[in-house]
Write a protein that binds this ligand. Structure first.
Ligand SMILES: [Fe+2]
Length: 592
């Protein structure tokens, strides 16, 4: 079916526009397709009709400083159909004159005007009023976030005695000076300046990011808070000093500074991949694509007092070129990301695009080619366009790879990975963790098994000698949307038969897939391997708890209930890490 008539529109709170529309919604598909891509927005027509209307209440959002609000819609159409949908558009003043050609031939059957911007979200008009088709009237409740009025989200990421705070606003460098007012809780506060970045449509590598998915990103501000006192509680507020001398302030947030590297204290780390975003009001979701996402977020928010740092290892929001989805995603994670460091890795849905230097030349980023992730998420990488970095958190050393750039021996990234492993002082930082988006180690996902590799091609051939030489304890991946844990392993062979209670040296690395953050689940092969110790086809995340230098607890929790479904412990003395095992020390030595 095709868009052929339309409904009325209403300007909404100056920034959002609600339209009752009839549109072409494609059939459901599996995999990683952005739900907004299912609307053929190029072929949707708007014909304002006097008999149709959409009314919203409240009509102004954020009167009490809320970041999101539920809005009740009432609407009517004189020609109702089960295909009618309500779309939320922002900015509201879009015009068909701004449509950018995407290189596809025009469809002669469609007459202008076209919508040239995808909605932020949509829902069928009969979603909560099944009788809409016969009565022509309906109501709907939608949750709307305050679309970048002053501040749209707060995100911070940690590092050695530094914190980095990122937010977006509508103020460019000529309109206001961005800064963070911060200090020890209850103590004097200081101002630290923030930088401002943005990008334009031409920064995108292709459609839909360049066409219907484009949305002006506003301005992205990043401030660096330095010389923090380890473990101390800080409060902070974001500010803009306007050119007329007045100030705009955010609400107050707080965070605890990271422990000093090597510090002996309780340290709790949550890791998952592929979460995506979801809508609390059920919109955009006829594909049930990321329905686990809200559960994961909810569990982490509930557990926040028992979490010190979070790693979201790639495939962050699956905007796939529909840029409004980044605002929805950052609004969803803000309660977590404004309180504990929210560290990220790059995945195929952030980066991959043909002829742009990504290791895999597929279309998964929808034309974003990494620009969104690299601008909005600060990571302590030497070059933000090459998303590999290391970060220390107390007794942990994390080495984060970028699987969307070449990691094989001889590359710049391979050298970085070796340097990261080699520079960990295992007496002080005994827990050495390797993180990457794609599975470079082991996975029983159907598609890997079909290839006969059980992993990303070339993955462990390149890296296993580094994992073994530097005695990496655990390697954790996303990309495959389920949970799996292997034995401690080297070259396909289990190096330790224990499953739950490891004492002394592992003699290999435990590989974990934690890609069940929220996006549609992936199947396991029925083939059984000796190395796969635990598989779960469900949504979940993993948590590492370091009690001290000798005791680590690993847990896998389901997002649906937050309960532990798999776990193991490692207990050892640091001297166990120094001892040689197979291929972990040079085969000959002159020492005697
Ligand atoms: Fe992925």
């Amino acid at each position: 079916m095709r868009g052929r008539s339309g409904g009325g529109g209403l300007i909404f709170c100056g920034a959002l526009l609600l339209l009752l529309l009839i549109a072409d919604v494609g059939e459901s598909s599996n995999g990683d397709h952005q739900p907004l891509a299912r609307i053929a927005i190029h072929r949707t027509l708007v014909a304002l009709n006097d008999n149709a209307y959409v009314k919203a209440s409240p009509s102004i959002l954020g009167l009490k400083g809320q970041n999101s609000e539920w809005v009740t819609l009432e609407y009517a159409s004189s020609n109702p159909s089960n295909d009618d949908w309500i779309g939320v558009f922002s900015p509201a003043n879009f015009s068909d004159s701004t449509c950018v050609p995407d290189g596809t031939p025009p469809d002669s059957k469609i007459v202008p005007p076209f919508l040239c911007t995808a909605p932020i979200k949509y829902q069928y008009a009969n979603y909560s009023t099944p009788a809409y088709k016969s009565t022509g009237k309906g109501t709907l409740r939608l949750q709307l976030i305050n679309q970048r009025s002053d501040f749209s989200f707060v995100l911070f990421s940690g590092g050695l005695s530094n914190m980095t705070i990122t937010w977006t606003s509508g103020y460019g460098i000529n309109e206001a000076e961005p800064f963070v007012e911060w200090g020890l809780k209850g103590d004097d506060h200081v101002h630290s300046p923030a930088g401002t970045l943005t990008f334009n449509r031409n920064s995108m590598c292709g459609a839909p990011a360049r066409t219907v998915g484009w949305r002006d990103p506003g301005f992205i501000h990043t401030a660096f808070l330095k010389e923090l006192w380890p473990n101390s509680l800080y409060t902070y507020k974001l500010g803009h000093k306007l050119s007329n001398g007045s100030y705009i302030w955010s609400q107050q947030y707080q965070f605890r500074a990271s422990p000093y590297p090597g510090q002996d204290s309780l340290q709790r780390v949550v890791i998952f991949g592929d979460m995506g975003k979801d809508e609390a009001d059920g919109s955009n979701e006829y594909n049930n694509f990321q329905r686990g996402s809200l559960n994961t977020t909810k569990q982490l928010v509930q557990d926040l007092k028992d979490i010190d740092i979070v790693f979201h290892i790639g495939d962050l929001c699956y905007a796939n070129g529909y840029l409004s989805q980044w605002d929805q995603f950052t609004a969803q994670i803000e309660p977590i990301a404004s309180t504990v460091p929210y560290m990220v890795a790059s995945g195929n849905h952030e980066r991959d695009w043909p002829e742009t230097g990504s290791f895999y030349g597929n279309l998964d980023s929808g034309g974003e080619c990494g620009v969104l992730a690299e601008t909005m998420f600060y990571v302590p990488a030497e070059n933000r366009a090459k998303f590999w970095y290391s970060t220390d958190y107390g007794m942990f050393r994390f080495c984060i790879a970028d699987t969307e750039h070449d990691w094989r021996e001889g590359t710049e990234q391979y050298e970085f990975i070796e340097r990261c492993f080699a520079s960990a002082d295992r007496q002080k930082q005994p827990w050495l963790i390797f993180l990457a988006h794609r599975v470079l180690g082991y996975s029983s996902a159907t598609w890997y098994a079909d290839q006969g590799s059980f992993e990303e091609p070339m993955g462990r051939e390149s890296l296993q000698k580094l994992w073994q030489k530097y005695k990496v304890d655990i390697a954790i991946y996303g990309h495959v949307h389920n949970y799996e844990r292997t034995c401690p392993i080297y070259q396909n062979i289990c190096t330790n038969q224990e499953k739950y209670n490891y004492k002394g040296a592992l003699n290999g690395t435990i590989h974990v897939v934690a890609g069940g953050g929220g996006a549609s689940l992936a199947e396991f092969t029925p083939l059984n391997t000796t190395w796969s110790y635990f598989k779960d086809h469900d949504y979940g995340f993993v948590k590492l708890t370091a009690f001290d230098h000798s005791n680590l607890l690993f847990e896998y929790k389901k997002s649906r209930d937050g309960k532990v479904y798999d776990s193991f412990k490692i207990s050892r003395d640091y001297r166990d890490i120094l001892a040689c095992t197979v291929d972990s020390c040079p085969s000959t030595t002159l020492a005697s």
